[in-house]
Design a protein around this ligand. Structure first.
Ligand code: MCA
Ligand code: AMP
Length: 470
């Protein structure tokens, strides 16, 4: 069973699940989700407008119960990205919280909308979907083009959560606290399905603010590095986390100074873990082990890793030689939907997934992520953003003739999206708003440089390394 806590395996309480200002018992989540499952059973896929709400959790669980693949739609996605996700995924219906149903962001959709009723109850019994069946279709950016739908099977979610329970000693006694978005692996798979599999309570703070984290009194906290850096900027909030059992960072590299500040302010060395949408979490430091700043630790139970050089040969585990990190194990996705070529490139002939991340591995097996093979995948605030996707959004503006996008180092966001544009009669602010209104708001450039021309090589290809920095 994927989510045994919902069936009472770990007891229940009226406040077992809290999301923003909504509270529910596990039994209530199961009853409402089963009632929604009755409405969607048999569909090819169902989309969920993934606001930070109890309805999102109920909609996702409904799909898992009914064996219908669930497509979480980022609620800040503009019409272009939203419609791509809805069309490409084959979703037959979009489930929304009733209070969202008339929102302007939901006008002109390519699929019908159905409100989720939290008060409905059903006790229909559904067979457990097979482990290899798709549970979630998670849209994620590549270096070029529109986001692709990663097919995440039920068995991968179960295997990953069990491996994390082992690494982090995550038990029903925990109160998990975070405020991460419910449309990515971090906030949704770990942060929402984790408690329903492992039996801990959940307090989702709506937004991941330092004050909300401090007030929540949790034992286990999740955050992206930007969140941890903001927590450290409010020392009383950081100090309030001293009594927590475990602070976990992931989705982007945790800067060593933030690791050290967290240690000073909370008395705790954070656990850092590494993962991807396509692989779920694969490497982590442990609750019962060492935690080294700048290192993500050891492969989780059941996961194998290897480093491969540019020439395809094995890179030695000497702690210094960098190579592409490849992973294998029960936590992997099944490929991208509608993307045969990308699937061909994603895996080696012998079945390893190419992460595109560059790592070193020490003789002790400890992994360090040192960069990415392509600079066209940007990580900003823990969000993965494809440079090509932002370039295409800019090029859709009638005044824009050329566009190049990079991720520039940024103290708060890790990287920030910076665009270099050749355009007529348009301002920086207008272009930022234009992108924010077409694709997800968090993918908008934070800065736009208007240029006379872009630096190109003899072949006409933009030389991003020659762009002025910042
Ligand atoms: C600003 N806003 C705008 C505009 N400018 N809206 C429209 N048009 C504009 N031009 C609004 C936004 O809508 C938002 O509104 C508010 O301003 C702030 O937005 P923003 O500046 O983007 O937020 P931020 O403060 O920079 O966000 C930082 C953050 C966020 C909270 C850390 O980046 C975040 O939640 N990151 C988590 C990403 C994550 O979970 N990644 C996991 C991927 P409003 O406030 O109303 O919303 S999974 C993964 O990576 C793997 C598996 C792994 O390892 O975990
Ligand atoms: P996403 O598809 O949003 O899941 O992003 C996955 C990417 O996030 C990985 O390929 C890494 O580049 C990055 N990432 C996740 N966790 C870490 C970490 N602890 N350290 C460095 N990079 C990370």
């Amino acid at each position: 069973m994927l989510l045994p806590a919902l069936s009472g395996a770990f007891g229940d309480r009226p406040d077992a699940i809290q999301i923003a200002d909504q509270t529910a018992s596990r039994e209530a989540v199961l009853g409402a989700a089963t009632a929604t499952a009755d409405r969607i059973a048999g569909l090819d896929a169902v989309a969920v407008w993934a606001t930070a709400s109890m309805e999102t959790l109920v909609g996702v669980v409904a799909g898992l119960i009914a064996g219908v693949p669930v497509v979480p739609v980022p609620p800040d996605a503009g019409p272009a990205e939203r419609d791509h996700v809805l069309r490409d995924s084959g979703a037959a219906l979009l489930l929304v919280a009733p209070r969202e149903a008339a929102a302007p962001a939901l006008h002109g959709l390519p699929v019908p909308v159905a409100p989720i009723n939290l008060a409905a109850r059903s006790s229909t019994s559904y067979p457990e979907p097979p482990a290899e069946q798709t549970a979630l279709i998670l849209y994620t950016s590549g270096t070029t083009g529109a986001p692709k739908g990663a097919l995440i099977p039920h068995g991968a979610i179960a295997a990953d959560l069990d491996a994390l329970a082992d690494a982090w000693a995550w038990t029903p006694d925990d109160l998990l606290v975070h405020g991460l978005p419910l449309f990515h692996v971090h906030g949704l798979v770990l942060g929402a399905l984790g408690p329903l599999r492992l039996g801990s309570r959940l307090r989702h703070t709506g937004r991941p603010t330092p004050e909300a984290y401090a007030a929540a009194g949790g034992t286990l906290y999740f955050g992206v590095p930007t969140v941890w850096s903001r927590v450290c900027a409010v020392p009383p909030a950081a100090q309030a986390l001293s009594s927590a059992r475990l602070l976990v960072s992931g989705s982007a590299p945790l800067p060593v100074p933030v690791f050290e500040l967290l240690r000073e302010l909370t008395g705790q060395r954070p656990v850092e873990r590494y993962g991807m949408t396509e692989t779920l979490i694969t490497i982590s430091t442990r609750a019962d082990g060492e935690r080294r700043p700048g290192y993500v630790g050891l492969p989780l139970a059941g996961v194998e890793t290897r480093l491969v050089g540019d020439d395809g040969t094995a890179v030695p585990a000497d702690g210094e030689s960098p190579g592409e990190l490849q992973v294998r194990g029960p936590v992997l996705f099944r490929g991208y939907r509608n993307a045969a070529e990308a699937n061909e490139r994603a895996f080696t002939p012998d079945g390893w997934f190419r992460t595109g991340d560059i790592a070193t591995v020490g003789p002790d097996g400890w992994h360090r992520i040192v960069g990415r093979a392509s600079t066209d995948l940007i990580k900003s605030g823990g969000y993965r953003i494809g440079a090509g996707e932002v370039e295409n959004a800019l090029l859709a503006h009638p005044a824009v003739r050329e566009a190049a996008v990079i991720g520039a180092p940024h103290p708060d966001l890790g990287q920030q999206v910076v665009a270099y544009v050749v355009a007529e009669s348009v301002t920086e602010a207008q272009l930022i708003d234009f992108v924010a209104s077409r694709i997800a708001v968090h993918k908008r450039p934070r800065r736009v440089h208007l240029m006379e021309r872009l630096p190109r090589n003899a072949m006409g290809k933009v030389q991003k390394k020659l762009l002025p920095s910042g």
